[in-house]
Design a protein around this ligand. Structure first.
Ligand code: SAH
Length: 263
C-alpha cells in the first residue's frame, strides 16, 4: 500500500505551492472544507497542484476574509508522469462520471473520448470530466491530473498515429482466451518499437473501450490493420462499458503497467 495519508482532506489548487506561503482558497473549496467537512481554523489539510508534489497545510483566515491556508512542508515529490491513455466511447452522465473517476484511479494519464459508430452521446462536457478527474485525484492521493482531451472520431485512433503506443483493444466479440497471456505476449513487440534507450522504460499504453452498442464490424477490421494493437477478451460475459473499463485497466496495469513496479 503506498505510504501516504488517505485520511487528511486533500485539495487540488491550481496555484504555486511553496513552504511558509499563504494560499487563498476559492468559495467552492471554502464551502467544501468549512461546511461539508466542518474543518476549523488550524485544521490540517493537504494541497497539490499537479506540478509540485503534495504539501502539508493548515486552515487560516476563516473569518469574513477569504479562507486561506498556510503551506507547510512538502510531504511527497511530484511523481514521474505515467503514460496510459484511456480511449473510450463516451457514455451518458452518471456512467461517464463513474468511468472518468475509475480511469483516473486506475492511473490513466490521458482521457480520450472516441466517437464510434454506435456511440450514443453527441457532446461531451469536458469541464465535468475535469471536475470528476480532480475529485478522483483528491480522494485517492493522485498528484498528477490526467489530460482531458477533446473527443476524436474513431478513424483518428485507428490510423497509424502514435503507432509506438500499444493499443489494447477490448473487443466484446473476441474469442474468450487468456487476456493476461495476450497482454504479456504483446510486450516484446511493443518494446521493440521503442528507441533503444527507452526499451527499459514503461511501454506507452492505450486501452480502448467501446460504446453501449459495441464496436461496428468495420471498426474491428480497421483495428486489425493498425500496427501495435493487442485485441483482448474480457471473458465470456458482455460487461457494461464502465465495468469493462475497470476490468481492462486492472489487467493492463497488472501485466504491463505500474502495478508491477513501485514508484
Ligand atoms: N450493452 C452493454 C455492453 C456493451 S459492450 C452496455 O450498456 O455497456 C461495451 C464495451 O465494453 C465493448 O465495446 C468492449 O470494449 C467492452 N466489453 C464488454 N464486454 C467485453 C468482453 N467480454 N470482452 C471484451 N470487451 C468487452
Amino acid at each position: 500500500m503506498p505510504a501516504y495519508d488517505i485520511r487528511t482532506p486533500r485539495i487540488y489548487l491550481d496555484a504555486p505551492l511553496a513552504g511558509a506561503s499563504e494560499v487563498a482558497l476559492d468559495r467552492d473549496r471554502a464551502n467544501y472544507l468549512l461546511n461539508v467537512l466542518r474543518l476549523k481554523r488550524g485544521d490540517a489539510l493537504l494541497l497539490f497542484n499537479g506540478r509540485d508534489g503534495e504539501w502539508q497545510a493548515r486552515l487560516a483566515g476563516t473569518g469574513k476574509r477569504a479562507l486561506t491556508a498556510i503551506v507547510g512542508e512538502r510531504l511527497r515529490e511530484q511523481p514521474r508522469p505515467r503514460d496510459l491513455h484511456f480511449l473510450f466511447a463516451p457514455l451518458k452522465h452518471a456512467r461517464l462520471d463513474y468511468l472518468v473517476q475509475k480511469a483516473v484511479e486506475m492511473g490513466a494519464s490521458r482521457l480520450q473520448p472516441v466517437i464510434t459508430r454506435h456511440t450514443q452521446v453527441a457532446r461531451v462536457n469536458l469541464d465535468r470530466m475535469r471536475a470528476n478527474a480532480i475529485e478522483a485525484a483528491q480522494q485517492c492521493g493522485i498528484l498528477t491530473l490526467p489530460e482531458v482531451a477533446e473527443p476524436v472520431a474513431f478513424k483518428t485512433i485507428a490510423g497509424s498515429i502514435d503507432a509506438g503506443r500499444l493499443l489494447v483493444f477490448c473487443d466484446e466479440e473476441a474469442e474468450v482466451k487468456d487476456p493476461v497471456a495476450a497482454l504479456a505476449a504483446a510486450r516484446p513487440s511493443a518494446q521493440a518499437l521503442l528507441p533503444a534507450e527507452a526499451a527499459r522504460a514503461a511501454i506507452p499504453l492505450a486501452v480502448l473501450i467501446g460504446p453501449e452498442g459495441g464496436f461496428a464490424e468495420d471498426e474491428r477490421e480497421a483495428l486489425r490493420q493498425r500496427p501495435n494493437v493487442v485485441r483482448i477478451s474480457l471473458g465470456p460475459r458482455i460487461l457494461r462499458a464502465d465495468t469493462a473499463a475497470v476490468a481492462a485497466l486492472a489487467l493492463v496495469q497488472a501485466v504491463l503497467g505500474d502495478w508491477r513496479t513501485p514508484g
